[in-house]
Write a protein that binds this ligand. Sequence first.
Ligand code: FE2
Length: 433
Amino acid sequence: MTMTVQQIIDGTIRKTTILPLPHDRTCDHLIIGDPETEVTGIVTTFMATVDVIRRAHELGANFIITHEPTWFTGQDDNDISWLEGDAVYDRKRALLEEYGIAVWRFHDHMHMDPRDGIYRGFDEQMGWAEYRMPPQKDSDLFPKGSFDGCYEIPETTLEALAREVQEKLDMPVLRAIGDPKAKITRAAVLVGGGSLGLGVEQMPMELMHQRDIQVMLCGDITEWTLPAYVRDAYQLGMNRSALILGHEKSEEPGMRHLPAWLKSIVGDIPVTAVSAGEPFTYFLQKQSDRTLPAEESLSDAAERLAKEGKRELFAVDVTVTEVRETTVEGTVYRELPFEGTFTGPLLSGVIGPGGVDRQIMRPGEEPDICAAYDLIGEKDGETLRVHVENRNRGGHWKPTLMTTAPALATLNGRDCEAILEGRPQGPVVHIFG
Ligand SMILES: [Fe+2]
């Protein structure tokens, strides 16, 4: 199938069922490129950053469909006079021209789609489509009969929901306000700039009040509006909380699921969703990646894990013997050999030779950390070994235990979690399973 940029734009707008908005009433413009260009491949993205443009070129795509601006303001290409002579603009534009990539913004029509294309992707990513609450009858916060971002979800806790969001939206860091143990059955999601109130600052707070919302999942925030309201409510002992996803993470699923939706329009033209990634690099306090989160003590963690039927299998007392570190093009490679002892109801003994914690810190990415070691102990005159690979996933330590000892065979494949108790010489690793 061959299609031009313009044919794809027209087909996409048609599929939303929204009548094309007049040029001066929307930001959905062809930001750069020739509408008659034949499209070789499409990239959908939250935002056409320089890295996304480079990736599109690598993929052989010459058309980027972006949700948010290319030229850094809501006005986008309507007024770029302020960028005249600006090196960032000049070089980004030159890159697009060099690669021959057209960029079209798909924002207003996408949100106005009766299911709202951004929420549709969010629902698919979270598996929440069936939890949408029907519109409120007597409220003027949203246009009559339209979805207001509220969901009735199976009972969970703030912490469990936060972990689920982190996992499903791929977030190394997720900020929250509220009690981690709070029971949650009713959530509101205001994606992107929606959590700023769409021109009415108090709207998200009125929504929480009207719908008795326990947790608000936010895009952008102003710290002294909604977050302040939620924090006061929480400090008053009320069941109110918030998860601050940010604009990118809250809206990206919409663009991630767009390729499947575009299929009926573009046929076999390849469409790839490319993540724009979060704009941030997170600097953790030096010790914090090796210690318990402030709100969860070891006894709290043990209690939480006991409810999941997990008990402490091993307490591994680690002493780091050396720190080796190299940095290559911004990526830090760190190796921490260690030794030590361990105790537990099944086996006690020492950490075998060769135990090492390998850490790879790529800029802008979640650190890749994995400790691999052997636990060696004696039982009934026999030497038993358990190999441990303890990897950090989304802030949680998920150890895998492997053993050939028949007496310990139940450890193989067991769903474990480790809690690290930080100390200067190295952590005590409590393995629950
Ligand atoms: Fe947005």
